[in-house]
Design a protein around this ligand. Structure first.
Ligand code: MLT
Length: 320
């Protein structure tokens, strides 16, 4: 019998799949305190996590039997892949399941930012009628720069084209034919920075991308650029962006993600008048949560019961 622990709120359909699989015993207590998690994971062979669970060296040290982790979502920056590999634990993710939800949220942030929807709502809710203060800009005719033209970036590109935006992108890893097929020119990073009226980030955190939005790159952007980040908080140097928002160099920013989640109360970007925030909601639709949870459950079942791995994020573990 394989024990699978689900220490976060994942859709019931995933639990049903696990429970219906002969040979698997499921424990799904919902979101767990760290100390309880470290105790419960000791006899788990499988683990299904979302971004709220950190699978680090401390966790692997107390989980000697752990054979597989399935991440219900895309990012595995909350998993220490080297520690997983050292322990022989395969880490798998569900890269397609929340593409559309994340793309739609990004478009929602872009429209809300350009039309001051959140402050306009707040002002009226507080009894004021302030039309002049909330004059916005159209998307039509503006240039959208997409940093990272993967699944999510491509879904944003085609939707932004429907708004009659000019879409350009930077992605050093994408085969040019993929970008050609959706009529998006792949350009050098500095050219995307220099030409964009709106800039949206969809890159993973690497040594190259960490803090890529910082004082000296912001300086190369257009006056009044608007920046949207629904990828990972660490792509942005927060203090530098705050300074650029205060000076007006950056007209607005819409942020769904933060280096630390939840962000501390004294985070330099929280509460600035030209910043729109959501609490890491981009993938939080019932549609996406069902898809990623079901895919994650299937990954665990196929691996534990059938020895088949898919969407492996630490391929060295297979060859070792
Ligand atoms: C992801 O990486 O899949 C998204 O950021 C959503 C999440 O972390 O839950």
């Amino acid at each position: 019998m394989f024990n699978v622990l689900v220490p976060d709120n994942v859709h019931q359909n995933a639990i049903d799949i696990l429970e219906a699989s002969a040979g698997i015993s499921v424990s799904a207590p919902g979101k767990m305190e760290r100390a309880d998690l470290l105790e419960a994971v000791a006899d788990a062979q499988g683990l299904i996590i979302r971004s709220g669970v950190t699978a680090d060296a401390e966790l692997f040290a107390v989980a000697p039997q752990l054979k597989a982790i399935a991440r219900a979502g895309v990012g595995v920056d909350n998993v220490d892949l080297a520690a997983a590999t050292a322990q022989g634990t395969v880490v798998m993710n569900t890269p397609g399941g929340n593409t559309i939800s994340t793309a739609e949220h990004t478009l929602g942030l872009m429209i809300a930012l350009s039309r001051h929807i959140a402050p306009g709502h707040q002002s009226l809710a507080e009894g004021r009628w302030e039309r002049k203060a909330f004059t916005g800009v159209e998307l039509k005719g503006k240039t959208l720069g997409i940093i990272g033209l993967g699944r999510i970036g491509q879904a944003i590109a085609t939707r932004a084209q429907a708004f009659e935006m000019t879409v350009i992108a930077h992605d050093p890893y994408l085969p040019p034919a993929v970008a050609d097929a959706i009529n998006v020119p792949l350009l050098a990073l500095d050219e995307v920075f220099a030409r964009s009226d709106f800039l949206t980030l969809h890159a993973m955190i690497t040594d190259e991308t960490r803090g890529m939005i910082k004082a000296d790159t912001i300086a190369t952007m257009k006056e009044g650029v608007r920046i949207i980040n629904a990828a990972r908080g660490a792509l942005i140097h927060s203090a530098d962006l705050a300074a650029a928002l205060k000076s007006g160099k950056v007209a607005g920013a819409a942020l769904d993600v933060y280096e630390q989640e939840p962000p501390p109360a004294d985070h330099p970007l929280i509460g600035l008048p030209n910043v729109l925030h959501t609490p890491h909601l981009a993938a939080s639709t019932s549609d996406a949560q069902i898809t990623v949870a079901v895919e994650a459950a299937q990954l665990i079942v196929n691996f534990l019961l059938g020895g088949k791995a898919a969407n492996v994020c630490n391929p060295a573990v297979i060859s070792s």
